[in-house]
Design a protein around this ligand. Structure first.
Ligand code: ZN
Length: 243
């Protein structure tokens, strides 16, 4: 029933912009961060994923990220990623704003993806701001603890936003513009705990949430579906029929 109601909202409240978090990728075998079985239950993010830790001990941070990159690159898009790409092709989703760094939306076929926390697609030089593709980084990591810039020799940093860093201004501006223009902002797989992204739904004319478990904005949502992303979005497509 709720998937039918959600499908109707998506059609009625165009344009629809989607905001995704870790919950959209857990069905691809990628652990989330904040649940009891999440990554931050195992390791302290300030030791392995903060800019302070990176400046102190880049080798330790790269050990953590090289494992993450291996896992994320071997993961496959799931039914939720595929459904969102399908909705975009049908003209029912304008863009996907994602907190995920795994690139699975793009690999599933979504064309307009705004990665507000960066991605594993590349690493960045802290000296000259050169962007090095992941392939080059992985080759270097086979030999060295810390990859370096092919242009100036400085240390390369994973192309993801770390704790203690600001979000990329251009991506965040685009995300905010999209949210403000949205008739419906559809949150999928985010508990809306991480600011400033968690504030985006409040910028839209209305918003709906698909998430297992409570979120910070459940009470204000037009519709809340407490279920998995894959099953819910597949049911939405089914409710929409062939189109
Ligand atoms: Zn450089």
């Amino acid at each position: 029933m709720s998937a039918v109601a959600l499908a109707a909202l998506i059609v009625e409240r165009q344009p629809c912009v989607v905001l995704t978090g870790a919950g959209v990728s857990t069905e691809s075998g990628i652990p989330d961060f904040r649940s009891p079985t999440g990554i931050w239950a195992e390791v302290d993010p300030f030791e392995v994923a903060s800019i302070q830790a990176f400046r102190r001990d880049p080798a330790r941070v790269w050990r953590f990220y090289s494992q993450r990159i291996d896992l994320l690159r071997s993961a496959e898009p799931n039914a939720a990623h595929v459904a969102l790409a399908d909705l975009e092709r049908r003209g029912l989703v304008e863009a996907v704003v994602t907190q995920n760094i795994d690139t699975l939306h793009t690999r599933a076929g979504s064309r307009d993806v705004v990665e507000v926390h960066g991605s594993i697609r590349s690493a960045q030089c802290l000296g000259c701001l050169w962007t090095e593709p992941a392939e080059g980084v992985l080759v270097q990591l086979e030999e060295n603890d810390v990859p370096s810039c092919p242009r100036c020799g400085e240390v390369l940093k994973p192309g993801v936003v770390m704790f203690g860093e600001l979000l990329p201004a251009d991506a965040m501006e685009r995300a905010t513009r999209l949210a403000r223009g949205a008739g419906l902002l559809l949150v999928v797989g985010s508990s809306l705990e991480v600011w400033p992204v968690a504030g985006l739904p409040l910028e839209a004319r209305s918003f709906a949430i698909v998430n297992r478990g409570p979120t910070a904005l459940d009470d204000e949502a037009e519709l809340k579906v407490d279920a998995g992303a894959g099953e819910t979005l597949s049911a939405v497509l089914e409710a929409l029929g062939d189109g």
